[in-house]
Design a protein around this ligand. Structure first.
Ligand code: MN
Length: 311
């Protein structure tokens, strides 16, 4: 354990639904909008009858899709059609605008996974959209299991995944026992249990909760009583406060309002996914239409809210 026992915060996730699938939303929380650049985390399912998600827009973020069970077909406005299966990674960079759909693969019923967003820095968030699929990812051996590195470096293994900021993500698959895992002390970290139960430096953790660790911690004890799968997300604290509403990550309401009006109006910044699913319309805006202002005039104190739909 680290010399100074770090203060772990345990934050309950909020239940929501995406399509017909129950999700546990670990991020964003009112008091914790980001962990490094990680700004959204939906633990989806397990769901025996998932519905898929029709075409919807994004700006200013990367979607990171990781599946434990089932399969999805990703279609986006770049022309990508890519099935993703357990152990593989889809990374879509929205930049100034992209749209995508997540359809269910034929003949595959269930779905269990996690959808993550990474806020893009000013350096790239106005840039072009992009997509990457990684069929194989590097692994690191741990005393009681294996870590698969989705992005960045963890426990000596480094992923080739695009990164616009200094961050990392890995999934730990652990057997009964206890181990110490190394952390980058320049990162803050979040832990999300996807299966099983565990203890992080003695604090109990189970699905539906997020454990947050501040910067300055270089290792941590993890114990599990049975098999468990735990997602670890880390990064240097993000460069600026983010504004999030629906599927948009930005810095101001003006940007969000413009992005949203462009989706409603069919602007070509979002292209066409070619999906057979119906496109998804945004919820009603929570600010004065046409005149949101970056200084908050006409806007309730907590607007824009975290996305009411994690699409
Ligand atoms: Mn999406």
């Amino acid at each position: 354990m680290a010399a100074d026992s770090p203060a772990i915060s345990i934050v309950p996730s909020r239940e929501s639904t995406v399509g017909s699938t129950v999700v546990r939303r670990a991020l964003p929380q009112r008091d914790r909008r980001t962990v490094g650049p990680w700004c959204f985390a939906d633990h989806m399912g397990p769901d025996d009858h998932p519905s898929g998600i029709g075409p919807h827009p994004h700006i200013g973020l990367q979607t990171v899709t990781w599946i434990l069970d089932g399969a999805l077909v990703h279609r986006d406005s770049l022309g990508t059609e890519q099935e993703i299966r357990p152990g593989q990674l889809n990374l879509m960079t929205a930049g100034r605008g992209v749209s995508h759909a997540e359809e269910l693969s034929d003949g595959r019923g269930g779905l269990h996974g996690i959808q993550l967003w990474v806020a893009q820095p000013d350096a790239t968030r106005g840039g072009p959209p992009a997509f990457e699929h990684h069929a194989e990812l590097p692994e690191a051996d741990l005393a009681i299991g294996t870590a698969t590195v989705l992005v960045g470096s963890f426990a000596g293994a480094t992923a080739a995944t695009r990164r616009d900021t200094d961050h990392a993500g890995a999934e730990l698959r652990l057997q009964r026992g206890r181990t110490t895992v190394p952390l980058d002390p320049t990162y803050e970290h979040a832990f999300v249990v996807l299966e099983g139960v565990g203890q992080i430096n003695g604090s109990p953790l189970r699905p539906g909760r997020l454990a947050h660790l501040p910067t300055g911690v270089d290792e941590i004890d993890i114990a599990v009583d049975e098999t468990a799968r735990i997602m670890i997300l880390g990064g240097t604290p993000f460069e600026a406060p983010v504004k999030m509403w629906w599927n948009y990550v930005a810095r101001s309401l003006d940007e969000i309002d413009e992005a949203n009006r462009d989706w409603i109006g069919g602007h070509d910044r979002y292209g066409d996914t070619g999906s057979r699913f119906d496109r998804i319309e945004p919820p009603a805006v929570s600010w004065t239409s046409g005149s949101p202002s970056g200084d908050g005039r006409g806007v309730s104190p907590r607007s824009p809210t975290p996305p009411t739909l994690p699409d």
